[in-house]
Design a protein around this ligand. Structure first.
Ligand code: ATP
Ligand code: MG
Length: 268
């Protein structure tokens, strides 16, 4: 399902102009990462997709709907949004019930709820915690419960707000493989991230934001080769890119395989 922002401006009731006219669209099945310094407006932007915020001016569309014409409940059937802070999203006394909440709300029958929850807990490495109280889990586990709760809803659009924060190496790999699976299923994935290695390795498109505006919008290879944009957005290029550029390479390897291919080509 395609989503689009059309000259979206958003000013908080207190007067902070968080979005200053954002326009872009994300075709069905694309994986997009949004990066940029703290306070750039990333969270404010994606919260427009499920109607938590409505634009002060401009429009946001999700498939054939304009968000202004639909409730948060209706939009939740199309857009699954994983909160940056899981404690804003989770409220049940059992992990199972937190993950089952969305599918039940979407009126899945109990059998479909059970299978969606089981699958989502498995994907996020939480099968053993189904009966645990979310508040007894670590922050990184609670973040994965929040992710599972959205995966279980099987929405065509999935929005992840800082999914890798607090995750160890295995957690990051788990999330990368979930992104890959979503892409393979032709679901649209939009992730906000501060982790440029994760960004370069797992997304086909990157939008760089600063102060409520889009500074760059292209492939990771292109975006991470724009030093002025990165400096303005206070974003550092991924490690492999920095290594390649300090070695004087003209190519821009975005993952280990590409780096090794390049190295082998040079030593031939
Ligand atoms: N509830 C709010 N009321 C008023 N201003 C807010 C509110 N939430 C965010 N802001 C302001 O809006 C701007 C954008 O904030 P936002 O949270 O969207 O940024 P972000 O890019 O997600 O940052 P981070 O990387 O820290 O999560 C900032 O100036 C922020 O201080
Ligand atoms: Mg944010």
């Amino acid at each position: 399902m395609e989503v689009s922002f059309n000259d979206v401006k958003y000013t908080y009731p207190g007067g902070v102009e968080a979005l200053k006219g954002i326009t872009f669209n994300v075709p069905t099945g694309q994986s997009l990462a949004i990066v940029g310094q703290n306070g750039a407006g990333k969270t404010t932007l994606v919260r427009h997709l499920n109607g938590i915020f409505q634009p002060t001016s401009g429009t946001v569309t999700v498939g054939d709907w304009t968000t202004a014409g639909h409730t948060i409940a209706e939009l939740s059937a199309r857009v699954g949004y994983v909160f940056q802070n899981p404690d804003e999203q989770l409220f049940a006394r059992k992990v199972f019930d937190d993950v089952a909440f969305g599918p039940r709300n979407l009126k899945f029958d109990e059998e479909a709820v059970a299978s969606a929850v089981t699958e989502a807990l498995e994907e996020t490495g939480l099968t053993k915690e189904a009966q645990s109280h979310p508040h007894h889990l670590s922050l990184s586990e609670r973040k994965r419960v929040a992710l599972a709760a959205v995966l279980a809803m099987k929405t065509p659009v999935v929005v992840l707000d800082e999914p890798t924060t607090g995750q160890d190496h295995n957690g990051v790999r788990m999330i990368a493989s979930i992104v890959k699976k979503l892409r393979e299923a032709n679901r649209t994935v939009i992730a906000i991230t501060h982790d440029m290695d994760f960004c370069a390795e797992n997304f086909e498109r990157v939008i760089v934001m600063a102060q409520g505006e889009v500074l760059a919008d292209s492939s990771p290879e292109n975006v991470f080769n724009l030093p002025e944009v990165l400096a303005k957005a206070r974003v550092e290029a991924p490690q492999l890119e920095r290594l390649a550029s300090s070695l004087g390479w003209k190519s821009h390897p975005m993952n280990v395989d590409a780096f090794v291919d390049n190295l082998e080509a040079k030593s031939r």
